[in-house]
Design a protein around this ligand. Sequence first.
Ligand code: ATP
Ligand code: MN
Length: 250
Amino acid sequence: DRIARKRDRKFEQFEERIKDADQFKVEQSVFDDATLAALYKLVQDGHVEAFGGPLSTGKEANVYQALAGDHEVAVKVYRINSSSFRQMRDYLEGDPRFEGLGGNKKDVVLAWTKKELANLERAKRAGVRVPEPIATERNVLVMEYIGNEDGRAKRLGEVHIENPRTAYEVMREYMRRLYAAGIIHGDLSEYNVVFHEGQLVVIDLGQAVTVHHPNSREFLERDCENVSSYFARQGVETDPDELLEFVTNP
Ligand code: ATP
Ligand code: MN
């Protein structure tokens, strides 16, 4: 009961925030018509009810907090006119899930959005804690919101972790599982792992490639270097080569 009341109060606060007309106008002017249509479709399908504030505004995408029924979700909106679309195209190379994709900007961004959802699904199946994938519509991805009433979960780079040795063990196991499932994150670092309820949650799997990618080895080596160097700074004895060996030849 107490929990239900707390939730209702939270819901009311949330509603007040999203009813703020000025904010909604700002959001509206940010989205092109096709993106707005995709958002409305997600509302109609019941995946999103109301928009909250932005969690992050990035180069390729903005991430928003939103309400869906009695819980919150994260909505990642990719920009069709993203300047990084050429890199996006490169990252889709060799991926058997997206064969025959041309060079059309819109098609690339739409495939990219689907790829992030597919990667989240695959990672989850492999036993890696990631935001639960919920839906995609065009350039919009809806997923589980990782955070609480105080806000989004903090990135590893933003918190002090009590037990870096254990966190490192979890991280290398996640990397091993991802690799065994045929994917390489490709942008793994303390910026794309968040700490939530005592768990590490891997985020931002848009650029993750399958092992078929011509540069997959290079991406994996870079991930190992980033992860190793972060944990070394936390006082853990690590070595990128040893990590690579563990991930690929456990
Ligand atoms: P960047 O280019 O900065 O790496 P990005 O545009 O690729 O970012 P993400 O890394 O996926 O996008 O998300 C940006 C930020 O939004 C994250 O660092 C995180 O703080 C927040 N965020 C993303 N997904 C979620 C989620 N599911 N729940 C809560 N917060 C999230
Ligand atoms: Mn990121």
